[in-house]
Design a protein around this ligand. Sequence first.
Ligand code: AHG
Ligand code: MN
Ligand code: MN
Length: 337
Amino acid sequence: MSQRTSFYKFISEEQREHPFSSGKLTGLLLEVISACKKIAHLTGSGGLASHAMGAADSENVQGEQQKKLDILSNELFVESTQWCGYLAGLASEELDHSQPVPKEYPRGKYLITFDPLDGSSNIDINVSVGTIFSILEAPDEGDIQDGDFLQQGLKQVCAGYCLYGTSTMLVLTTGRGVNGFTLDRTTGDFVLTMPDIQIPPDTSEYSINQSYSRHWEPPVKRYVDECLLGAEGPLGKNYNMRWVASMVADVHRLLCRGGVFMYPMDARMAAKGEGGKLRLLYEANPMSFIVEQAGGVAHTGYERIMEVQPDALHQRVPVIMGSRNEVERIVSYHKDA
Ligand code: AHG
Ligand code: MN
Ligand code: MN
């Protein structure tokens, strides 16, 4: 029988390689995983969990209509992680402000930001969704406030996502490469199935919501126009396009076979004074950490995403990430412009 590496075995071995490791990050990750398994069960139940389907009567702080599953996933994530003693505070897409862990639980050394359910427009149609998280160090003392979360992506200790697709996969980095684990639904273990993920540096696949093209900035429009010209155009090859509308699924695809994912700045967002659509602290930064650790590039077009200094909890940024040579080309088009 071939030896399988469970997530717990994998992370324990990593921990043993660091003699000064306290095991606290491992402890926190085990609770994050337990939250993801519960969300996987809920999303996987579809219409059988009728209490979880459909729209809620509420909007989040960003003015987006919440789905019942957004709220339930958020509650599952908070309840599964806040008691563990490794966290000092949490911040979520679905919470107006960050919250410290309740006083009855010990205060830990980490902060976590998360998007409990990414791609929630796909819930009702049985298409892949996900959970994204980013772990930061907490200040040693003082009441936890939104400002404590406003750390550059470079400061992340760990980032990951769980994809609820045809299989459930956890993809994770602690700054030493990227590894992917598939949930064995019979044993409940996440098993290492994609060790040391590397994004191919070249690609002929891109991912963008093309219906917004009339609003894009010229460098992105130039790149996509060139892709559309295919082998007859300046890029000299034919391109394929994919858009799931769940960032987790679209980025997972490029980790598997290369590609470029873009949610660029556009004129409608600029008119509203917003920096983009995707949120820096719980979408762009964790995905950038993963993409960079897998050999890719993650950029706004103007700067490296992980170097952006956040100034608000729900701040939005333009996102261009994926295969190194292709993203560098798009960045060079921004410089030309
Ligand atoms: P969320 O469901 O957490 O609000 O995120 C949805 C995001 C992202 O996952 C996806 O790439 C994008 O929104 C899709 O946006 P469009 O519907 O504008 O294509
Ligand atoms: Mn999202
Ligand atoms: Mn979400």
